[in-house]
Design a protein around this ligand. Structure first.
Ligand SMILES: *[C@@H]1O[C@H](CO)[C@@H](O)[C@H](O)[C@H]1NC(C)=O
Ligand SMILES: *[C@@H]1O[C@H](CO)[C@@H](O)[C@H](O)[C@H]1NC(C)=O
Length: 418
């Protein structure tokens, strides 16, 4: 057994190491750990704030209820004295006037929940935060890269530069508008659990709010659902957000994995599993996402479903988006890592092509943009884009119930996509 004196020396070493005061001597000193281990522990301490209550989700996630004023956002030096805005000054008009859906197809669309809800609720004045585990961080290429996108992955429709389109195997099937000033966007996204061929790939369906040109200072706010084994350690479909103000280089992250987004809602956890998901020729489930800019404060707000205002991205995080967005995109993205030189069989959406339609193919419905007068409007001049329509495709349409909509996705590898 160690003596008391030895133990306290070891404890002191841990403290010094965590403070970053002793660098070289830290390695090997603490529990036989490495420098990397220490960096991981330090990062976990920064991310995982002391919880007021903890809820274990059936999928293995731990959801910590963190006091609202103790959330990661307030680690940001610019947010030290920030007064939390408890509600938006403005909701885009039309938001609560959505028509009751009555078509046969829509009756089979059901509301959706997060899986951890079956085991409890977070108290008032707290927010639910998915706890980051050591394994989560160790799966990243480095502690610094954990929770961040590896590459610029925004689809650039009709770009003259093919390198930009086919970059690092990212493939898309999207609808988009550009050429105006946009102050937000909305969409209702069908939720599925696409199969991922290998763990360094992912499949997601999201809205992009983009500002600036596609240079190194691209601003982006993103939200939707994703399956990402590297990020979460499983194949579950999860709600996510992302932001960056420099084209995914130094700023921004997924969910609450860096300081930035200020969450207010106590019921929805970013990065937590969505349940249930849609089945082929079976029940369909979808989620609504609305992102809009508060005309008074300039913050970008996000709402999930028809009543959950999640919180906001403070306007100072952005440059171009401090004014307005220049492009909106809705749709799917996968990584094709070309295993064995063949196209991946990682699925987008439901894994079925748009031509199969409702109950089989994945959709976005009621896609709208927020205009300069804070009104939700149908998208004008909606374009579509996909790199290889034989792998993943997109098909738009409109009607009185679904407004502007599109089906998108596909199976990846198939006889016409090798
Ligand atoms: C992207 O790459 C695929 C195969 O590698 C090719 O078939 C396709 O034409 C490329 N798309 C563009 C737009 O360059
Ligand atoms: C995720 O799915 C892939 C195949 O689609 C499977 O090989 C892998 O084991 C799954 N991972 C987990 C953590 O269940």
């Amino acid at each position: 057994m160690r003596t008391v004196r030895e133990l306290s020396t070891a404890a002191a070493a841990v403290v010094l190491c965590l403070l970053g005061l002793v660098s070289l001597s830290c390695a090997g000193r603490v529990g036989g750990g490495s420098r990397q281990n220490l960096a991981v522990e330090k990062h976990l301490r920064r991310l995982n704030k002391p919880p007021i209550k903890t809820i274990k989700s059936p999928d293995g996630d731990i959801i910590d209820c963190i006091h609202i004023s103790n959330q990661p956002a307030f680690d940001h030096p610019f947010l030290k004295d920030h007064k939390i805005q408890t509600r938006p000054n403005f909701h885009p008009e039309g938001l609560f006037e959505e028509k009751e859906v009555t078509s046969e197809a829509s009756e089979r669309v059901n509301p959706i929940k997060q899986l951890w809800h079956v085991n409890g609720k977070c108290p008032e004045n707290t927010i639910p935060v998915r706890r980051t585990t050591k394994d989560d961080v160790l799966r990243a290429s480095s502690v610094k890269r954990y929770g961040r996108k590896k590459h610029r992955t925004v689809p650039v429709p009709k770009s003259a530069d093919p390198d930009l389109i086919n970059q690092s195997g990212h493939q898309h099937a999207i609808a988009y508008v550009q050429g105006d000033r946009y102050y937000g966007a909305k969409g209702t996204i069908n939720v599925w659990e696409p199969k991922i061929q290998q763990s360094n790939e992912f499949s997601l369906s999201q809205i992009w709010i983009l500002g600036g040109s596609f240079g190194d200072d691209l601003n982006s706010i993103e939200a939707g659902w994703q399956v990402s084994p590297d990020l979460y350690g499983d194949n579950n479909t999860r709600l996510f957000t992302y932001w960056t103000s420099d084209a995914y280089q130094a700023t921004g992250c997924y969910n609450l994995l860096c300081s930035g987004f200020i969450q207010l809602n106590s019921e929805i956890a970013m990065g937590a599993s969505i349940s249930p998901v849609s089945g082929y020729r079976n029940s369909q489930y979808d989620i609504s996402i609305l992102i809009w800019k508060d005309p008074n404060e300039g913050h970008w707000w996000m709402q999930f479903g028809n009543g959950y205002v999640l919180g906001y991205w403070p306007s100072f995080l952005f440059s171009y988006l401090g004014e307005s967005a220049s492009m909106i995109e809705w749709g799917g993205e996968v990584v094709n890592s070309e295993p064995n030189g063949q196209h991946t069989s990682t699925q987008m959406g439901s894994g079925h092509f748009p031509r199969e339609g409702f109950g089989k193919s994945s959709y976005f419905r009621n896609i709208q943009v927020v205009d300069g007068s804070n009104n939700l409007r149908p998208p004008k001049g909606l374009g579509t884009f996909t790199e290889q329509s034989n792998c993943y495709d997109v098909q738009t349409g409109s009607n009185g119930v679904w407004g502007h909509y599109f089906y998108y996705g596909g199976p990846g590898r198939n006889p016409n996509c090798k």
